[in-house]
Design a protein around this ligand. Sequence first.
Ligand code: FAD
Ligand code: S2G
Ligand code: ZN
Length: 492
Amino acid sequence: YTSENYPEIQRDPRFSKVTEEHVQFFQDLLGSGSAVLESVTNDAGADDIEPCNTDWMKKYRGHCKLVLKPGSTEQVSKILKYCNDNMLAVVPQGGNTGLVGGSVPVFDEIVLNMSRMNQVRDFDEVSGVLVADAGVILEAADHYLAERGYIFPLDLGAKGSCHIGGNVACNAGGLRLLRYGSLHGNVLGIEAVLPDGTIVDDLFKLRKNNTGYDLKQLFIGSEGTIGVITGISIQCPQRPKAQNVAFFGLESFEQCQQAFRNAKSHLSEILSAFEMMDNSAHTLVQRVTGNKRPLESEYPFYCLVETSGSNSDHDSEKLQAFLEDVMEQGIVADGTLAENETQINSLWAWREGIAEALGHLGGVYKYDVSIPLKEMYQLVEDTRIRIKEAGLLGDSEEFPVIDVVGYGHMGDSNLHLNVSTRHFDKRVEKVLEPFVYQWIAERQGSISAEHGLGIAKKKYIGYTRSDNMIGLMKQIKKLYDPNGIMNPYKYI
Ligand code: FAD
Ligand code: S2G
Ligand code: ZN
């Protein structure tokens, strides 16, 4: 049978269906409590399984009948070896906040959910190296570090639910990549399990370790397709003592670029985030939250600038000079500076709350892309014209597109083009795909900046990667997962 989202995908007949005998094996291994949720022997378990079958956007829905929640790396190893020997397909799952349909089954794949492996294993207070289970929730990891004067080098709107293992599996970017860099640089070690049960024991805590191929890098961004990440060790920076946030209104994207350049030169090492949103995004957040906007008048663009440093007097001095400069030069039309932590959080909420607000309004077509900065906003304008020409912009049942919005991590040249609609509608999808991907390919951009490929972008990877590179990736996949049981139908 086929998946409703992707009728062209057929269930792979090589994969077994889960039987009562399989369920028995897993209950003997994990105990028959909450570590095994199943609706094979009776339908009663179906309700408990439902949340693992549907993604955060409620856009992708699988039909798994068995969710396994291992409590140790050993158990993961035994589970995967059994699944590999019995041709049972597996979807590794963290917090299920991924946005490309990678974390839920396409058909009846077993969900291997990491939420029970949620312990901090070790923390070195001098070096700042944290070793933790993959199932630790990002916000919990950051709270643990905050108590010790450190910060997790990643922050994103899903922090309350996503797992650090899922973050690593997606190579998530987020709101502070500009300051702390990518997980490819911060992750020092990985523990993972391959489908044949082999344990990848590479949990080093060293910043430097030049002893052979750096295989852990393969797991960062692998989206559950070559193994299950069970533990990570990560270099965590000192938590900044001083934090400031400024929120600006600007008349053009050209001025956003000038403000960014100015921020880099004035703020330099204390600049920790530079986010952009257009008025369409800002307006939809206001429509959903009902909150009063930070600035009186409306502007076509808004930027949120954050500084993080060790001395608030020094930082305020730099920030003051920056603010005066961008105001005097007329680069920004208006702005506000947070006076305290509450105002910092409320300004951030206008940026972090965009995804939530769009989800609240109905269906969203999300395009997380990297574009050379000069043209970053042009895609939003070209898409808005295309949607209008198709006659789909109307915020009504018949013309379901509410608006086309653009926001994102300007510091990383990462745009989040989101087409907000009353409901998912194939007419909208046909206008957008492959148009958006062709547009990106013509500018040597990336069709996925940080959210990964999942199932949503599997068929579009060729717009960014060459056949040669895709071929080399498939060789790696074949080497580590020869039976193809790991997160099938997705990625490459
Ligand atoms: P899941 O969603 O459960 O899984 C994601 C993928 O990783 C799947 O393919 C899954 O199979 C695989 N996986 C999960 N755990 C493991 C494991 N232990 N071993 C192997 N594979 C595994 N992303 C950004 O990059 N930047 C953002 O700014 C950002 N903001 C977001 C804001 C909101 C409100 C939301 C809902 C999402 C946002 N995201 C963002 C998406 C983000 O990538 C995911 O939320 C997160 O990184 C995935 O972690 P998770 O634990 O939820 O993984
Ligand atoms: C962000 C969240 C998901 C989206 O807010 O930075 O990564 O595209 C996004 O709304
Ligand atoms: Zn993002």
